[in-house]
Ligand binder design. Sequence first.
Ligand SMILES: NC(=O)c1ccc[n+]([C@@H]2O[C@H](COP(=O)([O-])OP(=O)(O)OC[C@H]3O[C@@H](n4cnc5c(N)ncnc54)[C@H](O)[C@@H]3O)[C@@H](O)[C@H]2O)c1
Ligand SMILES: [Zn+2]
Length: 357
Amino acid sequence: MSYSIENTDHIIRFGTAAWSDLNTLLKSGQWSSIFVLTDESSQKFCYPIFKEKIKQLELKLLTIPQGESSKSIEWTQKLWEELSENGGDRKSLMINLGGGVVTDLGGFVASTFRRGIDFINVPTTLLSMVDAAIGGKTGIDLGVLKNQIGVVAQPKAIIIFPEFLETLPERELTSGWMEMVKHGFISNEQYLANCLITPNKANPDLKQLIWESVKIKNEVVTQDPYELGRRKTLNFGHTLGHAIESYCLDHRPENFMKHGEAVGIGMILALYLSHITQGFPKTKLSHFSEQLKKLLPEFRFDKTAQEQIISYLIHDKKNAHGRINFVLLRDIGNYVIDCQVTNAQIFEAFNFWQSLE
Ligand SMILES: NC(=O)c1ccc[n+]([C@@H]2O[C@H](COP(=O)([O-])OP(=O)(O)OC[C@H]3O[C@@H](n4cnc5c(N)ncnc54)[C@H](O)[C@@H]3O)[C@@H](O)[C@H]2O)c1
Ligand SMILES: [Zn+2]
C-alpha cells in the first residue's frame, strides 16, 4: 500500500515505496551534509530501520531526551550549536525522525538556523503521521505554555512509514487516534465512525485510516495556509485541550497527560459547549462522549484545577483582540469558528466530563 501527494512546494509519500523516493531525493546532491534528529525512543526503535533503508549515506545523528520538555529554547540552542560545531551550513539538511516533539522542534531549529535550512519529516508516532508532521507549523513551548514560539515552514518532504508504529506504546497510539477522530469531527461522519470501530493496532484498516487523515489535514492546510478560516477547525478540542496540557505540565509529573489525551478531553468539552450554544444534537453528544471517554484514562479536575485551566486560555494562539475563540460544531462536519463561551459554560462542560462513567 503506497500513496503520494504532490503539493506545490513539497511531497508526501506513504508506505514502502516512500523510501525509494526519499533515496532519490537524498542522492540529488543538493545538500552538503545530512543531520538526523531523533529522541531517545525514536533513535532506539526507528533509527536502525531508517539507516537500513538509506544505508549508503553519511548521516550525522542528533538526539534529544524524549518528552514535551525538549520543546524548549534550551534544546533549540543546543541543537543550533551542534549543527554549527558539526559542519552545518546553509546547504545542510535536517531529517526529523520522531514524534511531534521531534518534528515541531526539529522544524523550528532547521527553519531558524542560518535563516533556514531544508528539512524533511519522517514521523514515527501516529500523532505525528496524521497531524504534527503535516502543515508546516513548527515551534517550541514557552515554559509550560504550549507552542508560543515558532514559525510556519514547510518540509521538503514528509515520509510516512506506518511500520514504525509496531513499537509504539498503546497509550501513544490512542493519543494519535484522537487527532484522527478530530479530523472526523470537523469533516466527515463516516470517517469518524470508522475510526471509532476498532481504535487500536488490531484495526485491519489502520493504514487506510491513517492515509485518510493525512489527506484531510493536507487538504485543510492547503486550502487555508494562513489560518483565516477553515484551518482553524484543526483546533477543534484544542482550546481547552492546550490549557489542560499546560495545567498538567505545571502541576503534574512529566508525561502525566499526552497531547492527544488532553485533546480528547478538550473535544468532549467542546462537544458539550457545541450542544448548549450551537444546538449540536444531544444523542450525538452522548454517543461520541461515551466512545471517547472509553479511550481516555481517568482524569478528574476539581474546581481549583478548572479555574487554573481557564486562566491558561488567555495564552491560546487562537485568541485575538482579547477574545478566547473556540471551534464548535452544529453537527459533525458543520463547524462554527471564532465562538465565545462564558466561564460558567466551561464549568458546566467540566461537570459533564466528570459525570461520564
Ligand atoms: N505542528 C503541528 O501541527 C502539531 C500538531 C499536533 C501536535 N503537535 C505537537 O506534537 C507533540 C506530540 O507529539 P507525539 O504525540 O508524537 O509525542 P512525542 O513526540 O513526545 O512522542 C511520544 C513518545 O513516543 C516515543 N516514540 C516515538 N516514535 C516511537 C516509535 N516508533 N516506537 C516507540 N516509541 C516511539 C517518543 O520517544 C515519545 O516518548 C506535542 O508537542 C504537540 O503540541 C504539533
Ligand atoms: Zn493536536
